[in-house]
Design a binder for this molecule. Sequence first.
Ligand code: MN
Length: 146
Amino acid sequence: MDSNFSASRVQESVEQMPLVLAVEDNEDNLLLIAYVLEQFNCTFMAATDGRKALSLAREYQPDMILLDMVLPEVSGIELISRFKQDKLTSRIPIIAVTGLVLAREREQIESAGCDDYISKPYLLNDLEAVIRRYLPRLTFPALTPN
Ligand code: MN
């Protein structure tokens, strides 16, 4: 048995799985996101604060970032700007996950360079739709009925 061969096959399939960074300080919310991403065969990384989010995004350059807007220390708005100003992370789609629904905050999110947002509390369909929109090369069966 050629073990190098099997190892490289495993590596190959891992590389084809989209990598999603979820930035979220609430454990229940994180569990839900992890569950959904698992159904989509996405590889998943979690950061519970802004500093970790910035370093993971720079190091691994995920295919998408799901970003909670209310975080300790660094605000979501500040994080969006920092992701978008950094050459290493500027092209990564950022989806704000926000309970802030006022028009003013929505404008702030957009002008900071965020690609899209979903409002908390969101339905599974909302999360699925946004993941499909920004990871179009994914092929997986619908999780939720339309
Ligand atoms: Mn939060």
